[in-house]
Design a protein around this ligand. Structure first.
Ligand SMILES: *[C@@H]1O[C@H](CO)[C@@H](O)[C@H](O)[C@H]1NC(C)=O
Length: 372
């Protein structure tokens, strides 16, 4: 009997402890840096740029801070996002219960939940769109600035903790292949595709190591899509509508890139202590959605909502670019593609969901929910 009583006593104590600990977790939800959710640092190109290019000197082809960008009404007006509304990373922030992550260049931006360094048009290699974008080495230097200011604000120990707990999401590479290689005959003369992909992967690996050396541990990667099926590349396809109309050479570069990145990430996981990552099979995922768009709720999987010419594939959305005449579809929610290169808000939501907690056939070894 006494023994049973003691056991009950213990259970009661345990229950009280449990209650205390859950309320402690809740109480710590107040200040953003005390919260258990990690900060989010973002690097890359227009797939994740929230408006950094509004603040640099570039060409309208690399900007989206004019109508009809942002036209679905989620934001008050154009923000610089290459979408009719949100981009992937806006949804990821929402799922992680973080506020929208601000562009690094936005004046007096609050960096306490992370920062977005991405710049539309940028590539892994600095020579891609040289002088017109915030290239990846500069994005990394900007991260160092933020790290310094965090250390000043929080003290060394707390800043280290924030840096180690944060997720580093990287979405980059498409421009190296579309602009830097296929759009640059000289580069094609200098390097066969495999060598060029090796350079891109080599530099991307160095970027990851750079962040790791500064304390980053958790990484998310968006792999490359079937680039040849973007409306702009369909329009450039030398074979016209043969082979389903996608520009094969562009998609082949994406496949080679994705295949080369996979073993690199697995190796980094083995040699770098504490390195964790989330990779995705975006290529097949997108391929499936383009060919079976109606199954996923889209009426149109080939043509861009906003653009000119075949597939809406001539970059003209907004009328501020070289070609000023453009067509705008009635309902962008029905489209996979918003403009020549970029999906719609609605499609970004599906990508983000899959990255967040999608099946292991799409995202792994960790998904973003595991990491954040
Ligand atoms: C990085 O890219 C440059 C070209 O910009 C190339 O010469 C170099 O070999 C690449 N580095 C690695 C490690 O692949």
């Amino acid at each position: 009997m006494a023994e049973v009583n003691a056991h009950m006593q213990y259970l009661r104590l345990y229950a009280v402890l449990l209650l205390c600990s859950t309320s402690l977790i809740r109480a710590s939800g107040g200040s953003p840096l005390e919260r258990r959710t990690s900060a989010l640092f973002i690097f890359g190109d227009s797939t994740v740029d929230p408006g950094n290019n509004n603040y640099i000197k570039t060409i309208p082809e690399n900007q989206a801070n004019f109508k009809p960008y942002g036209h679905n009404g989620f934001f008050e007006g154009p923000t610089g996002r290459f979408s009719d509304g949100r981009v992937i990373i806006d949804y990821i922030a929402e799922y992680a219960e973080l506020p929208l992550i601000p562009p690094f260049l936005q004046p007096s931006a609050d960096y306490s939940n992370g920062v977005n360094f991405a710049s539309g048009g940028s590539g892994v290699l600095p020579e891609t769109n040289f002088g017109l974008v915030i290239d990846l080495p500069t994005q990394l230097r900007n991260f160092e600035e933020v790290q310094k200011s965090l250390t000043k604000k929080l003290g060394e120990e707390k800043a280290k903790e924030v840096i180690a707990e944060a997720v580093y999401f990287i979405s980059i590479g498409s421009n190296d292949y579309i602009v830097g290689y296929l759009g640059n005959p000289k580069m094609q003369e200098l390097h066969v595709p495999e060598t060029y992909v090796g350079m891109v992967i080599g530099n991307l690996t160095q970027a990851v190591q750079f962040l790791y050396e500064r304390g980053a541990r958790k990484f998310g990667f968006l792999s490359l899509s079937p680039l040849g099926c973007l409306p702009a590349l369909r329009a450039l396809n030398p074979k016209g509508s043969e082979d389903g109309g996608c520009f094969e050479a562009a998609s082949a570069l994406a496949i080679t890139h994705n295949k080369a990145l996979k073993p690199v990430l697995a190796t980094l996981e083995q040699i770098l202590k504490g390195f964790k990552y989330s990779d995705s099979n975006f290529y097949d995922w997108l391929d499936d959605r383009i060919s079976s768009h109606t199954k996923y709720g889209f009426k149109e999987g080939v043509n861009a909502c906003c653009g000119t010419g075949p597939y809406g594939g001539i970059s003209s959305c907004g009328g501020n670019r070289k070609v000023t005449e453009y067509k705008l579809c009635e309902n962008s929610d029905e489209y996979i593609w918003w403009d020549v290169y970029h999906p719609t808000d609605r499609f970004h939501e599906q990508i983000a969901k899959a990255l967040w907690n999608g099946p292991s056939s799409f995202v792994g070894p960790y998904n973003l929910e595991d990491l954040l």
